[in-house]
Design a protein around this ligand. Structure first.
Ligand SMILES: Nc1nc2c(c(=O)[nH]1)N[C@@H](CN(C=O)c1ccc(C(=O)N[C@@H](CCC(=O)O)C(=O)O)cc1)CN2
Ligand SMILES: [Mg+2]
Length: 300
């Protein structure tokens, strides 16, 4: 396999960046069809409170990719000292704005703001992060909700590699509301046998050794070691950790890539694996939300 640069691609490495580019190209065509047939484009509002450097980059990328897909982007950048009441008032305005089909507040938020209160205030049908309790409930009960972007991105990468996931033993490491729990739910919905491991799990290496699919989402740099991985397992690394190595800043995942790579049949790198899928799936959720609000079918 070659990427056009003459450098052969390693087929074992799951290229989330390329996969996300493909998704965004399809989205752009779907948005163009909506505009032509129905005369509207989906709109995404992104709220950033404060100056967190990584959040600023993610929000900028969200805005750029939203516009590149032909959708409307509404950016709201608020001062780090913004009160929860002022943020809730903005969410209320966005909930009522018919041009805004999707809303998200970039996380983390400054400490004076309770993130759950903000998530709860977003209209569930505009909650394109899929974090609202109504969407968590819909995911758990088979309803038509909006699915959290990062786990959904992981699922698409897994299905692309493995096809039918039924009967696979999946171990999800991490139980956060935004990645671990919805990931486990999505895998269960695909008829996997799912174990959710966490900080109190007694024998984490032993649990991971039984897995056909490993999803690591704990936020601990290079925690998952190669001797935990069953030969031929598929390893999905959700971690994004900035560390110092050999006197230089480096981005690493929750998986010790060097030792896991030889054991895995497929593995996501960091960067370039799961990360880029998050924004592509966010745009996809915005398209879905817009079509539902306008009561039109999702274009092919
Ligand atoms: N409201 C939300 N807040 C946050 C979310 C989210 O989904 N909704 N997720 C993360 C941040 N995030 C998107 O918001 C995000 C993180 C990482 C990437 C990405 O492409 N990562 C690259 C590496 C980029 C880098 O150098 O930092 C990669 O893995 O290749 C995209 C989006 C927390 N907050
Ligand atoms: Mg091998």
């Amino acid at each position: 396999m070659s990427d056009g640069t003459g450098v052969a691609k390693d087929p074992k490495v799951i290229d989330g960046k390329a996969f996300a580019e493909g998704l965004r190209a399809k989205l752009a065509r779907q948005v163009a069809t909506l505009k032509e047939k129905h005369g509207f484009v989906p709109g995404l509002a992104v709220v950033l409170v404060g100056e967190d450097p990584a959040s600023k980059v993610y929000v900028r990328n969200k805005g750029e990719q939203t516009k590149a897909s032909g959708m409307a982007s509404f950016e709201h950048k608020l001062d780090a000292a913004t009160s929860q009441a002022d943020l809730l008032a903005l969410i209320d305005t966005l909930n009522k704005d018919p041009k805004v089909n999707g809303i998200l507040c970039q996380l983390p938020v400054p400490k004076q703001i309770d993130p759950q209160a903000i998530i709860d205030a977003i209209d569930p049908d505009k909650d394109v992060d899929g974090f609202h309790v109504v969407n968590a409930g819909r995911l758990a009960t088979g309803g038509k909700g909006l699915v959290p972007c990062t786990p959904y991105g992981c699922l698409l990468l897994l299905k692309d590699r493995l096809g039918d996931l039924a009967g696979k033993h999946a171990v999800v490491i991490g139980r956060s509301n935004i990645v671990g729990k919805p990931m486990a739910q999505l895998l269960l919905n695909e008829s996997c046998t799912v174990t959710i491991a966490h900080s109190k799990t007694k024998d984490l290496p032993g649990e991971v050794r039984r897995a056909d699919i490993v999803v690591a989402a704990v936020g601990r740099p290079e925690m998952v070691k190669g001797d935990w991985i069953k030969e031929g397992a598929v390893v999905i690394d959700v971690g994004i950790n900035r560390i110092e190595k050999d006197g230089k800043g480096k981005l690493v995942g929750d998986v010790d890539y060097a030792s896991c790579y030889p054991k895995a049949s497929a593995i996501t790198p960091v960067p370039g694996g799961v990360g880029p899928m998050t924004i592509a799936l966010l745009l996809n959720n915005t398209l879905i939300a817009a079509c539902r609000q306008h009561k039109v079918a999702l274009p092919e």
